[in-house]
Design a protein. Structure first.
Length: 187
């Protein structure tokens, strides 16, 4: 999608979801100590680092436990509001601010953690040719149910085949996993 359309969609999404964001922020503050937002360094287009925003779903000080540490169902680090937000991916809504800043797109490969960058070649690796996305081909094809190499392969396929129609298909395919929570936690 063109960046302008992504930014319009992000602004509209934030406006529509603002009452739920406020309710989630209050619930987070009442449930546990710490900030409402979780800020994490990520690497995006052209290898540029940026601060990705999410709603905090874990007890303060419990993350990072390690790069790539899986957060499974029943993990004691996850707060009560965090359980619901993770299952529905509502914790990702602040990524819309990253879209407004031009750091992310609605659809694209998920942004890489800095510790994962050595596994890629910044120059010439497809994932760094586009803005990272809130949702993407790998997310709708299995989220955490697929292996890391499969995710990378799916993200690479997306970059090579991206189009506005594919983006619309991915957005449509995102709805069911978000509503059902399918694929968020490993079995």
């Amino acid at each position: 999608m063109p960046e302008t359309i992504d930014k319009i969609f992000a602004a509209f999404g934030l406006a529509i979801l603002s009452p739920l964001i406020l309710a989630a922020a209050i619930w987070i503050k009442l449930d546990s100590r710490g900030p409402v937002l979780y800020r994490q360094q990520r690497v995006g287009k052209d290898g540029r680092a940026f601060e990705m925003l999410k709603l905090r779903t874990m007890a303060q000080g419990s993350d990072p436990v390690g790069v790539g540490t899986i957060v499974g169902e029943g993990d004691p680090r996850v707060t009560r509001p965090g359980e619901l937000m993770r299952r529905t991916s509502f914790d990702e809504v602040p990524n819309l601010v990253n879209v407004l800043r031009g750091e992310m797109a609605i659809v694209g490969p998920r942004p890489a953690l800095p510790a994962h960058v050595p596994y890629f070649s910044l120059e010439g690796h497809p994932r760094f040719e586009v803005l990272p996305g809130i949702t993407g081909w790998a997310q709708v094809k299995g989220r955490t149910e697929i292996t890391w190499p499969e995710r990378v392969e799916l993200d690479d396929w997306y970059v090579q085949h991206r189009s506005p129609w594919l983006d619309l298909r991915i957005i449509g395919m995102t709805v069911l996993p978000v509503l059902t929570g399918k694929g968020v936690s490993p079995d």
